[in-house]
Design a protein around this ligand. Structure first.
Ligand SMILES: [Ca+2]
Ligand SMILES: [Ca+2]
Length: 230
């Protein structure tokens, strides 16, 4: 009988260990990766259907947004990028000139912008570069365009532009964008609002990171306590 009790104890204990192994721990700041983003002139960034970052400056000066994100794969990145342009004329600086766009992103897992990203133009003008009688065209933004399951097969590949072409301003050079390319639709000047999408199936740097999806639906394990600093 005692042997039976012992076997039962071993079984229950093993089950507990196994269950504990599957239990998610609390994520730490070291589990996050940095997202560096620069847009001429502004952007909204969604990851896996959730709004993650918004450019804090709509027009000028040109700025970098650098935020911590908690990655989970597959990762669908969706961006609305906007050049500064009057919606009626497509022009800027008091309807006197055609401005140009540009978008670049690098994540701490090695994800970068390039021509593998998909793009769709939403708003463009002045049509035919006619500054005297400027006209613009606007498409309806597709419903749920930023979600993981959205079908972007009808979108085209983004066009890469050189750094010399986009001419990023400070503080672009203070952040890590190595390996990333500036992207837009094929018309950097006339297309004023564009949408981008890219699905990353696994981290480009090959690192195996824990998946903290659904963290709020369960009790995380306590894990090792970190020593308090005096
Ligand atoms: Ca423009
Ligand atoms: Ca611009």
């Amino acid at each position: 009988m005692k042997i039976l009790q012992f076997l039962l104890f071993v079984f229950v204990a093993s089950f507990g260990v196994l269950a504990g192994a599957e239990q998610i721990r609390k994520p730490r700041i070291t589990d996050t990766i940095k997202a560096n983003i620069y847009a001429d002139n502004s952007f909204k960034l969604y990851i896996n259907g959730t709004l993650i970052a918004v450019d804090s400056i709509a027009f000028m000066p040109h700025n970098v947004i650098s935020v911590d994100i908690l990655p989970s794969y597959p990762m669908t990145i969706a961006v609305m990028a906007m050049d500064n342009a009057d919606p009626v004329t497509g022009l800027e600086y008091g309807n006197t000139s055609i401005g140009d766009g540009g978008f670049i992103l690098k994540l701490g897992d090695g994800t970068v912008t390039n021509s593998r990203w998909k793009v769709k133009k939403i708003s463009w003008g002045p049509i035919d570069r006619d500054i005297k009688k400027p006209r613009t065209k606007h498409m309806t933004v597709p419903e749920k365009w930023f979600t993981s399951n959205f079908d972007d097969r009808g979108w085209v590949q983004a066009t890469e532009f050189t750094q010399q072409h986009v001419r990023p301003k400070a503080p672009f050079f203070d952040y890590d964008f190595k390996g990333a390319s500036f992207i837009w639709s094929d018309d950097l000047e006339l297309d004023n609002i564009v949408l981008f999408r890219r699905k990353i199936t696994k981290a480009p740097d090959g690192l195996d990171r824990p998946n903290f999806t659904g963290l709020s639906d369960q009790v995380p394990s306590k894990g090792k306590r970190q020593k308090k600093r005096k």
